[in-house]
Design a protein around this ligand. Structure first.
Ligand SMILES: Cc1cc2nc3c(=O)[nH]c(=O)nc-3n(C[C@H](O)[C@H](O)[C@H](O)COP(=O)(O)OP(=O)(O)OC[C@H]3O[C@@H](n4cnc5c(N)ncnc54)[C@H](O)[C@@H]3O)c2cc1C
Ligand SMILES: NC(=O)c1ccc[n+]([C@@H]2O[C@H](COP(=O)([O-])OP(=O)(O)OC[C@H]3O[C@@H](n4cnc5c(N)ncnc54)[C@H](O)[C@@H]3O)[C@@H](O)[C@H]2O)c1
Length: 476
């Protein structure tokens, strides 16, 4: 075996972000790139996160949409999706964790794929087992993140589920405690109810989805309560006791029941615990100290995704701690790839497209709870914290387009406006099928479209987008 190979670009981690970075760095050139992956090409997103979670959520949302609409509702015989068919659909969406089509895509794009765990071994060099791989131009770290398990007494020993188990669920627990109140917690509570589990949520703070507008938290909490979820706020686990904990594999129940005591003395016995308490950048065991960086925490980068004082090193996606979302990581990857390509050709990299500016204040996100929520940019509280002069435009979503989704449609929308400049800073929508509304707001924010111009953007009748009229009418 040749134990040293060279490429122009070496990408560590073959998730969606690493794939895009490699592609954009060599596209249309004769430069070479390799992706080194120690698990599955396609990463967390394809097999353990976005794709399986959305596969598990889609059928329940579709059933709810049908049940909301007279004429169709009468044909629905069950409020819940078919469990076996739902799990089979999840397997289809994740290709049953077979990454051959993603490897085929990479090789088709001229990118080599190497299997193994990577450690940096000094500047521009990585080690994969016995193999040394040298990077002539750039090393891109795209190793993603891992679930965090908080140090509550007995919790780690109880071998709780993480999101990997919840998305790759095989055995549906009769009763389940979810620790956390963020995005994973709320989405997982939704699909676990669809699968028939009895769900309790232990939330440290006083509301769900604490980074969103407060009305989102209220409506999502009400939606979960309607499904029977018992949400306990401002609480932590004092102890967890699970004598028969066992590593039975992803999505299988990890042993016997667990007895949980909360900080107020309340007790609960459940079949399984799902920890959804955030994620940490995957920087341990990456050899970062070989180039003078810390072996933990996010890898800091500038807006060109370059690590300060290491002009050959880039970090993109969850691992840099900027925004843990697939679409934002892929955006960073496009920017980093273009920067690498331009630097290779000694091109100019001062143009706006070589800076990941949207990471700071134009991040869109859709949370696929019921009701769904979609937001972009700053919340009112975030804008005020930045000392901006803020005006708020707010309306229930009650237009012909929403009524036609069902007579009981309920939704709410809010725009945050920079009063001094007359442009949007943020937008939040909550209600069924609002996910598709958010891109219009993203365009308005990124384009810094003045509100008096936006007023001329006429939404089609009868669509939910007509809520823009209700909101913008308040601006004059
Ligand atoms: C349950 C869940 C649902 C989510 N849903 C959404 C959603 O709907 N929309 C959204 O935008 N975001 C969602 N996210 C977030 C999204 O999954 C991440 O932001 C995204 O996966 C980040 O992509 P990445 O390429 O940076 O990292 P990853 O997808 O984690 O890929 C990193 C890759 O690097 C590999 N790797 C790590 N270390 C090494 C090493 N030393 N050597 C070799 N290979 C290595 C890993 O095996 C992995 O394949 C969700 C997250 C979770 C947990
Ligand atoms: N639809 C989507 O876009 C989507 C879906 C799932 C996940 N994601 C992303 O994946 C990332 C991870 O999601 P997440 O839900 O794990 O993280 P998160 O940051 O959204 O939520 C973490 C939650 O855990 C709580 N928490 C933290 N430490 C705790 C502790 N010690 N004890 C109890 N509770 C604790 C926090 O208060 C918070 O409510 C996020 O960036 C999220 O946006 C996105």
């Amino acid at each position: 075996m040749n134990d040293q190979v060279s490429y122009d670009v070496v990408v560590i981690g073959g998730g969606p972000v690493g794939e895009n970075a490699a592609d954009y760095a060599i596209r249309g050139s004769d430069r070479t790139a390799v992706i080194v992956e120690h698990e599955l090409v396609g990463g967390e997103c394809s097999y353990w996160a976005c794709m399986p979670s959305k596969a598990l959520l889609g059928p329940g949302a579709a059933l709810e949409a049908v049940r909301a609409l007279p004429g169709a509702a009468e044909r629905v015989t069950d409020a819940r999706p078919d469990r076996d068919a739902l799990l089979a659909w999840r397997n289809t969406v994740t290709s049953s964790r077979d990454d051959s089509s993603q490897v085929e895509w990479a090789t088709g794009a001229g990118i080599d794929v190497l299997r193994g765990h990577v450690r940096l071994d000094g500047p521009r060099q990585v080690r994969v087992g016995e193999q040394l791989v040298h990077a002539r131009q750039a090393v891109v770290i795209a190793t993603g993140s891992v679930a965090t398990i908080p140090p509550n007494p007995g919790l780690r020993e109880a071998l709780p589920w993480t999101s990997r188990d919840a998305t790759n669920i095989v055995d549906v627990p009769g009763s389940l405690l979810i620790v956390g109140g963020g995005v994973v917690a709320c989405e997982a509570a939704t699909w676990l109810c669809d699968l028939g589990a009895t769900v309790t949520m232990a939330v440290r703070g006083d509301r769900l989805l604490p980074k969103t507008e407060p009305f989102v938290s209220e409506r999502v909490a009400a939606g979960l309560a309607e499904r029977g979820v018992d949400t306990r706020f401002s609480t932590t686990l004092s102890s967890v006791d699970r004598p028969d904990a066992a590593d039975t594999g992803y999505g299988r129940i990890h042993g016997g029941s667990a007895r949980v005591v909360f900080d107020d003395g309340a007790e609960l016995t459940v079949d399984e615990i799902l920890v959804a308490a955030g994620r940490s950048p995957a920087t341990a065991d990456l050899g970062l100290s070989s180039i003078g960086l810390e072996d933990k925490g996010p890898i800091g980068v500038d807006d060109q995704l370059t690590v300060p004082d290491h002009p050959w090193l880039y970090a993109v996606g969850d691992v840099n701690g900027r925004v843990a979302l697939t679409h934002m990581g892929k955006y960073q990857a496009r920017v980093a790839g273009k920067v690498i390509a331009a630097r290779a050709g000694n091109g100019d990299i001062d143009d706006a497209r070589y800076f990941a500016s949207s990471d700071h204040d134009a991040v869109p996100q859709v949370v696929f709870t019921r009701p769904e929520m979609a937001a972009v940019g700053l919340t009112e509280a975030q804008a005020r914290d930045r000392g901006l002069e803020v005006r708020v435009l707010e309306s229930d979503i009650s237009v012909a387009g929403s009524y036609l989704l069902g007579p009981d449609y309920s939704g709410h929308a809010k725009l945050v406006v920079d009063d001094a400049r007359g442009v949007l800073l943020g937008a939040t929508f909550v209600g069924a099928q609002t996910g598709e509304l958010v891109h219009s707001a993203t365009v308005a924010i990124v384009g810094q479209v003045p509100l008096d111009r936006l007023w001329h953007a006429v939404p089609s009748y009868p669509t939910v987008s007509e809520v823009w009229l209700r909101l913008l009418d308040q601006a004059h």
